[in-house]
Design a protein around this ligand. Structure first.
Ligand SMILES: [Zn+2]
Length: 73
């Protein structure tokens, strides 16, 4: 626990730390791409790359199937 937040740029793969209190960076300091993601909190939870989007899609599909099967509510 260093107290720093770690961000990763998906455009160039750059990783850097930002101290708390400075707000979320708007772009990669190296290539200026806004395609960045905080990565320190993800450690051990998901592998990088679409885990969140895939999980959400599966959730929406399951919901739709469930609702159509029941007919109402
Ligand atoms: Zn970058």
């Amino acid at each position: 626990m260093s107290g720093n937040r770690v961000f990763k740029c998906y455009a160039c793969g750059n990783e850097w730390e930002e101290p708390y209190g400075t707000g979320r960076p708007l772009a990669c300091p190296k290539c200026r791409s806004p395609n960045i993601h905080r990565t320190d909190a993800d450690r051990g939870k998901r592998t990088a790359g679409g885990g969140f989007g895939a999980g959400r899609a599966a959730y929406d599909q399951g919901r739709g199937r469930d609702m159509s099967g029941r007919g109402q509510r």
